[in-house]
Design a protein around this ligand. Structure first.
Ligand SMILES: [Ca+2]
Length: 121
């Protein structure tokens, strides 16, 4: 990735900070995608194993042997799904998903901002 955004040959502190922030956001995005994918796989695999056990090709004896394993599988996958929703709820409470800057921007504040900036006069 090119860190010299304005192509002046120098990576300034602002550019480095901005790129670090962009990298952090991209990593958070990838992490969220991965967690969402894991939750989907956990849900879908629970459905698949349930249907697979009721297929006629699976003998009753094998289903009986697997019953302990399958019940553990359900608990583990339910744990993944619960953790996913728990983390989603926790992070949405503690920090806004949308940057605060966008929420507090008020277009009717323009005249006051001009007064505050003496260079504009
Ligand atoms: Ca630069």
């Amino acid at each position: 990735m090119d860190y010299d955004l304005n192509k002046d040959g120098i990576v300034s502190e602002n550019e480095a900070e901005l790129m670090a922030r962009i990298n952090d956001l991209e990593n958070l995005d990838k992490k969220a995608d991965q967690q969402r994918r894991m939750a989907w796989i956990a849900m879908i695999s629970m459905l698949i194993i349930t249907f697979a056990l009721f297929l006629p090709v699976v003998p009753d004896s094998r289903a009986e042997i697997l019953s302990d394993l399958v019940s553990m599988f359900y608990v583990a996958n339910a744990g993944i799904i619960a953790a996913f929703f728990g983390v989603e709820a926790y992070t949405s409470i503690n920090k806004p998903s949308v940057p605060v800057v966008n929420k507090t921007r008020r277009p009717n504040k323009q005249p006051e901002e001009d007064i505050e900036n003496p260079e504009d006069r």
